[in-house]
Design a protein around this ligand. Structure first.
Ligand code: NDP
Length: 254
C-alpha cells in the first residue's frame, strides 16, 4: 500500500460500481480511509470488505444523495466515524440519452436530480469539513473532485440534458475553485470519455443498442483508468492544482 494519503479521509459517491468503486480502491491503496456512498448497501459492504482485506480502512454508508437530508447525514456519519474529511469525489451519476423530442421528462428529471442536485447536496454538506481539513492536516490541502464527462465540454445531438448537467458541473466547479482556493481546497473536474461500466445499462431499449453500435469495436476506458486520474490529482503536493483532466479512450473520436 502507498502512503501518500495516509491519515486522510476520502468520501466517494457512487462507490457501488464502475468509476466510483475503482476510485475508492485507488484512494485506499494510497492510504486514505474511504467512505463508500451509494444506495446499494450490499455492494458497498462487499467493496469495503475487499478494501479491508488489502489492509485498508473503509466505511459503507448507504444513502440516496438526491435527498438533501440523506446526503447531509451521510457526510455527518463519515466525519463522526472516521474523524475528518479531506477528499470528496462527486461521482454518482446517471445518463439517459436519445432524441429530446422523444424523451421521457422523468428521465430528464432523474438526471438533474443526481448529476446536479446530488453534487450540490454532498458539496454543501462537505465544504466546511474540507476547509477545516485543509487548515489542520499535515498536507495543508483538501480536494473536491467532480466527475464530469466529455459531455461537459462537447455538446452533441442526443445528449442535450446530459450535456446540461455536465456543463453545469463544470461551471459550478470552476466558480467554486476560485472561491475556496485561498482556504486550501482544490477543486477539479475529471472528464472521462466512454468507460466500460453499468452506466449504459440504465438506457432505454433502442437507445442502448444505438450506443452499443457506436462503441462497437472500440477499446473502451476501464474504470481504473479514471480512478488513476483522480488519484493523480489528489496525491499532488499542495503547490500543484490539477483543475481539469479530459481522459478519452484512444479510439474515441468525439
Ligand atoms: P455506474 O452506473 O456504474 O455508477 C453510477 C453510480 O452512481 C452507482 O454507484 C450508483 O449506485 C450511484 N448512484 C446513482 N444514483 C444514486 C443516488 N440517488 N444516490 C447515491 N448514489 C447513486 O456508472 P459510471 O461508473 O460510469 O458513472 C460514474 C460517473 O461517471 C457518472 O457521473 C457518469 O456521468 C460519469 N461518466 C461516465 C462515463 C462512462 O462512459 N461510463 C463517461 C463520462 C462520465 P447505486 O445505484 O447503488 O445508488
Amino acid at each position: 500500500m502507498g502512503t501518500r494519503l495516509q491519515g486522510t479521509v476520502a468520501l466517494v459517491t457512487g462507490a457501488s460500481s464502475g468509476i466510483g468503486a475503482a476510485t475508492a480502491q485507488s484512494l485506499a491503496a494510497e492510504g486514505a480511509a474511504v467512505a463508500l456512498v451509494a444506495r446499494r448497501k450490499g455492494r458497498l459492504e462487499k467493496l469495503a470488505a475487499a478494501i479491508r482485506a488489502e489492509g485498508g480502512t473503509a466505511l459503507a454508508v448507504a444513502a440516496d444523495i438526491t435527498e438533501r437530508q440523506q446526503a447531509a447525514d451521510a457526510v455527518a456519519t463519515v466525519v463522526a466515524e472516521l474523524g475528518r474529511l479531506d477528499t470528496v469525489v462527486n461521482n454518482a451519476g446517471l445518463m439517459h440519452i436519445g432524441p429530446a423530442a422523444q424523451a421521457l421528462s422523468e428521465d430528464w428529471d432523474s438526471m438533474v436530480e443526481i448529476n446536479v442536485n446530488g453534487v450540490l447536496h454532498v458539496t454543501h454538506a462537505a465544504l466546511p469539513h474540507l476547509i477545516r481539513a485543509a487548515a489542520d492536516s499535515p498536507r495543508r490541502v483538501a480536494d473536491l473532485i467532480n466527475i464530469s464527462s466529455t459531455a461537459g465540454r462537447v455538446a452533441r445531438p442526443g445528449t442535450a440534458v446530459y450535456n446540461l448537467t455536465k456543463f453545469g458541473v463544470n461551471g459550478f466547479s470552476e466558480a467554486l475553485r476560485q472561491e475556496v482556493r485561498e482556504q486550501g481546497v482544490r477543486v477539479g473536474v475529471v472528464e472521462p470519455g466512454t468507460v466500460a461500466t453499468e452506466l449504459s445499462s440504465h438506457l432505454r431499449d433502442g437507445v442502448r443498442e444505438a450506443i452499443e453500435r457506436q462503441v462497437d469495436g472500440l477499446e473502451l476506458l476501464r474504470p481504473e483508468d479514471v480512478a488513476d486520474a483522480v488519484a493523480y490529482i489528489v496525491t499532488r503536493d499542495r503547490r500543484v492544482a490539477v483543475n481539469e483532466m479530459l481522459v478519452r479512450a484512444s479510439d474515441q473520436s468525439w
